[in-house]
Design a protein around this ligand. Sequence first.
Ligand SMILES: [Zn+2]
Length: 284
Amino acid sequence: MKLVNVICYYCGSNRSSFFDSENGFNLVKCDSCGLLYVNPRPSDEDITKGAETGLHQGEQTLDLTGSFNEEHVKRFNKILNKIYGKNIPAENSSWLDIGCGHGEFLIALKQKYDSKLIFKGCEPNSVKVDSAVSKGLDVETFFPEEHDGVYDYVSLLNVYSHLSNPLNSLNSWKNLVKTGGELLLETGDTTGLTTHTIAKPYYLPDHLSFATKDIVVDILKRVGFEIIKIHYFRHQGIPDLNLVNVPYDIKETITGKKNIKELKKYSRKYSYRDMWIRARRVED
Ligand SMILES: [Zn+2]
C-alpha cells in the first residue's frame, strides 16, 4: 500500500505533533488549528477502494461492512424526533442520504415521514447497497460530485471522518442542496479531548480525520451554509446505558468491557458524544 504525506486540509499548516497510533497508522494533531488527521495516509485510490469493499488495510485488515442493524433505526427515530420535532417537510420534498450504509437512517426517515418525501441513498460499498435495496430503498453507487440531482435535504452521517479532504468534498457537494434547503451533518466533536478521553478505537485508516465543532462549523459557513442548530447525541454503536432494552452482550461486544460497572466507568470517562449539525444552504 502506498502512503502519502499530507498537510492539514483545514488551515494548510504542515506543522503537527504526534497524538496517537493505531493499526500501524499515526494520528497527528495540527499545531495550528488542532485538527486530528492520519499522516501519512493511504492514497486517494486506496481510500476509494476501502470505501467500496469495506476492507481497510493496516497492520490488520479491518472489515467494516457489517449488516443491517434494527437498533440503529430505533436510535435514529429518537434523534429525528429531537431534531425536527413535529415539523413535517412539505410533501414531495426530496432527501438524499450520502453514505447511507445498509439504509437504517433512510428507514427511520420513511417511518417518520411515510410517503410524503422522496428518498434516495448513495453508498460506495456494494454489499451495503444490496442490503439497502433488499429493504425496498432507492440506493445507488455514485460520486456525489458527479451526481446532477438537487435535493431539499441532504444528510451526511458518519461520513466526514472518512473523507480525505472534507473541505473540498463539502464545497462540491453543497450543490446537491437546493438554496434554502438543509444539510444534516453528523460527526464526532474532539473539542478539548486528549488521548485519554477521546473515543476509541479510532478505526484507522477507515477514519482519516477528527475535527472540533469550530472547524466543522467554519467549513460549513465557508462553503455556503448557515447553522440552524447543533444537537449532541451518544455516538453511533455505543448504546445509551439508559436504554434498558439494549442487550448487555451488544454493549460488551462494542466496548470489550466485561461487566456493567466497568462499562459505566468507561462510558463516563470517554467522550462518545457526536454532534448533529443542522445547516441551511444560503444563496451564493
Ligand atoms: Zn490545521
